[in-house]
Design a protein around this ligand. Structure first.
Ligand SMILES: O=C(O)CCC(=O)C(=O)O
Ligand SMILES: [Fe+2]
Length: 199
């Protein structure tokens, strides 16, 4: 198995630590997990309110945690389900790679290229200062855009492939924004898992 592949890219960025591991899980295992999570997770579509207008969030989400702590962002408060064995297993693998522990995983399901995740930082108070966030991707590849809030030349994109792990750390959530834009490319479905620690 291609677990804990040493093939990793450490990006040199001002005020951020970003590490990309393309084949954290091999394609077979990634595909099996994609099918299983698609079927078994508690997916739902919340309404979000932006600039006073309420509309359905352009993706499905689910939240799991090993505590009862809720997670709030963009006027949504999510209450977690208990970790399944399958999600707990992935969590352990990622904790070993990232050298930290996580309490919570937020799953995003992008059904096609019209689903997206707008510019934001994962800077909610409950994540603490300089959180480590590990983002694990399954299914269709989608571009992850990231830009520095103040240095306008620092704007980049990275194709997140199935089975890959992206670790965001350092001051990234303070100084950078990230998004998964819509795409007109004919892309299939993608599931992303972002592991976080909510204390
Ligand atoms: O889908 C992704 O790769 C990113 C998800 C994300 O940024 C988030 O859930 O905060
Ligand atoms: Fe995020």
């Amino acid at each position: 198995m291609d677990l804990f592949s040493s093939n990793k890219t450490v990006f040199k960025l001002p005020q951020a630590e970003l590490i990309y591991i393309p084949h954290f899980y091999n394609p077979q295992k990634a595909n099996d997990l994609f099918m299983s999570l698609k079927e078994n997770c508690a997916w739902h579509q919340d309404d979000i309110t932006i600039f006073g207008k309420t509309h359905p969030q352009p993706r499905l989400t689910a939240l799991y945690a090993d505590n009862k702590k809720s997670y709030s962002y963009s006027n949504i408060t999510m209450h977690p389900e208990m970790f399944t064995d399958e999600l707990a297993h992935i969590k352990t693998d990622i904790e070993n790679e990232a050298n930290t522990s996580f309490s919570t995983v937020l799953l995003n399901r992008y059904r096609n290229g019209s689903d997206s995740n707008g510019w934001h930082a994962d800077n909610e108070k409950e994540l603490g200062k300089n959180p480590i966030i590990a983002s694990f991707s399954l299914g269709a590849s989608r571009y992850f855009h990231f830009k520095h809030r103040a240095i306008k030349t620092e704007r980049h994109k990275l194709l997140l492939e199935s089975g890959s792990l992206l670790i965001m750390a350092g001051e990234m959530q303070q100084y950078w924004l990230h998004q998964i834009p819509k795409t007109k490319r004919d892309v299939g479905e993608r599931i992303n898992l972002t592991f976080r620690k909510i204390v």
